[in-house]
Design a protein around this ligand. Structure first.
Ligand SMILES: Cc1cc2nc3c(=O)[nH]c(=O)nc-3n(C[C@H](O)[C@H](O)[C@H](O)COP(=O)(O)OP(=O)(O)OC[C@H]3O[C@@H](n4cnc5c(N)ncnc54)[C@H](O)[C@@H]3O)c2cc1C
Length: 432
């Protein structure tokens, strides 16, 4: 390996970039890692105690992602504010098909967990600050050129421009900064012509740790149990797909009318909607890059693939990819090779690609089949759900996707990284 300022530079310290940095610190500690992040890191971003907020954005972590976070020694901390999903109920408004998945059928404590993004960010930062990971923040990666050492990366911090050399640049910028395109990667986009409205809601009935995926003529919606790891409360995290016009109309409504509209769309499985919190919204596209690796560069997370959020797959898929990348980096260091070696990066992509393609297909076909209403499609919708319930093989496949256990599992375990179950986990398992 040639000398460079750092071995791996990660552009973006969001969920994907921060998780990658932590995984590298755990699994390939010989590598020098620098994270460049546009936003500053401030001390108050790491408060002593965390109070979940009603308006926080959250992510559904699949069971398989919990196993990865366990391997990274992060789960005991994360689980303090992770609401388990013990059942998933999939239904189709106006059609008779419905299917249910239950964690017990798959001999697991949960099918997945709902965790506030802010809590995940805090847990990652606290762990990362105890590692040798270097931070450049605020600093935006604005360009990269191949160099003798591997890559020369240009950083912008305020008015200051600087260059740093690395063996490999990992682009984890969420795909929105234009860096991916600037480096010549060509993403393909499919616009669903829908938006996701995200909010936390209160209901008169308890969620009983059930996640609902509901398909309606106007688009799919998800309602995820939220609020407490142990108490089956009355709060759920909503992902509601709406057309541009409907989104505009819903945003203009008073909260009581929003709850009413939601009630009409979702039905009464959670009783009455009594409150809706702050609403955020996102345009929905499927973005993927066919070849996310080049000599010295790889795209990860949303920079590589951004999926429709209703199936809750985006970050879970990203996490499995990150572990495969880390596994390949560990092998590279053991063999004295550079992490930017194209063979290493290509191998990572070959290993991750089947999971990637399968997950994109799964979440995209859910939207295409269930998000439309013409008669033949509607018949397929009924048949789909009824079939899922009647055919154990089909249901198991659906469950494996939902639980994030269908894809390849990277071999990253190293002695000393398996954590002991936390106090909370022991308590939870004792109740199960
Ligand atoms: C509404 C919604 C709901 C979702 N729900 C789920 C779910 O339930 N389950 C699931 O698995 N996934 C879900 N996802 C997907 C998940 O949120 C994404 O996969 C995940 O946030 C991607 O993280 P990322 O780090 O790749 O990108 P981001 O979170 O966008 O982070 C990118 C980071 O890079 C920084 N940055 C940007 N440009 C630069 C630059 N040039 N230089 C340096 N830093 C830069 C940014 O400041 C940011 O911190 C959802 C997505 C949406 C939109």
């Amino acid at each position: 390996m040639k000398h460079s300022d750092t071995d791996v530079i990660i552009a973006g310290g969001g969920l994907a970039g921060a998780t990658l940095a932590l995984a590298l610190a755990r699994v390939a500690p010989a590598l020098k890692v620098t994270v460049a992040e546009t936003f500053p890191l401030s001390a108050d971003a790491l408060p002593e105690s965390y109070q979940p907020s009603y308006d926080a954005r959250s992510t559904a972590l699949a069971w398989g992602s919990r196993l990865i976070f366990e391997e990274l020694g992060l789960w005991s901390r994360l689980s303090e504010h992770a609401t388990p999903i013990r059942q998933i109920h999939v239904s189709d408004r106006g059609h008779f098909g419905a299917t249910r998945l239950n964690a017990k059928e798959y001999e697991q404590q949960a099918l997945g967990y709902v965790v506030d993004n802010r809590w995940m960010g805090l847990c990652l930062m606290r762990e990362l600050l105890e590692t040798d990971t270097r931070w450049r923040a605020p600093a935006e990666v604005i360009d990269m050129k191949s160099s003798e050492q591997g890559v020369s990366v240009t950083l912008k911090s305020g008015d200051e421009i600087s260059n740093t050399t690395a063996q490999c640049l990992i682009v984890a910028d969420g795909g929105r900064s234009g860096l991916r395109e600037k480096l010549g990667f060509q993403p393909s986009h499919h616009n669903y012509e829908q938006n996701a409205l995200i909010a936390n809601v209160s209901t008169s009935e308890s969620h009983q740790f059930t996640a609902f995926e509901r398909f309606t003529e106007a688009g799919p919606m998800a309602m995820l149990p939220h609020g407490s790891p142990s108490h089956a409360g009355h709060q759920s995290a909503l992902v509601w797909t709406l057309s541009d016009e409907e989104l505009e109309a819903v945003l203009a409504m008073p909260d009581s009318d929003k709850c009413q509209r939601l009630q009409e769309r979702f039905g009464w499985r959670l009783g009455r909607f009594t409150r809706i919190g702050q609403c955020n919204h996102y345009p929905l596209t499927l973005t993927t890059v066919d070849e996310p690796v080049r000599p010295g560069v790889a795209l990860v997370g949303n920079a590589a693939h951004a999926l429709h959020p209703v199936a809750g797959q985006g970050f879970n898929l990203a996490l499995r990819g990150l572990m495969t990348l880390v596994e390949q980096f560990r092998l590279a260091t053991e063999q004295g090779r550079s992490p930017g070696d194209f063979q290493i990066l290509r191998r990572y992509h070959e290993l991750h690609r089947p999971d990637w393609q399968q997950t994109v297909k799964f979440s995209d076909s859910l939207i295409r089949i269930f998000g439309q209403s013409p008669a033949p499609v509607a018949a397929a919708r009924d048949a789909g759900l009824v079939g899922l319930d009647l055919l154990p093989g089909a249901k198991r496949l659906f469950a494996r996707n939902a639980m994030g256990t269908g894809g390849r599992r990277a071999v990253i375990k190293k002695p000393g990284f398996n954590e002991q179950p936390s106090h909370h986990q022991r308590e939870t398992s004792e109740h199960e």
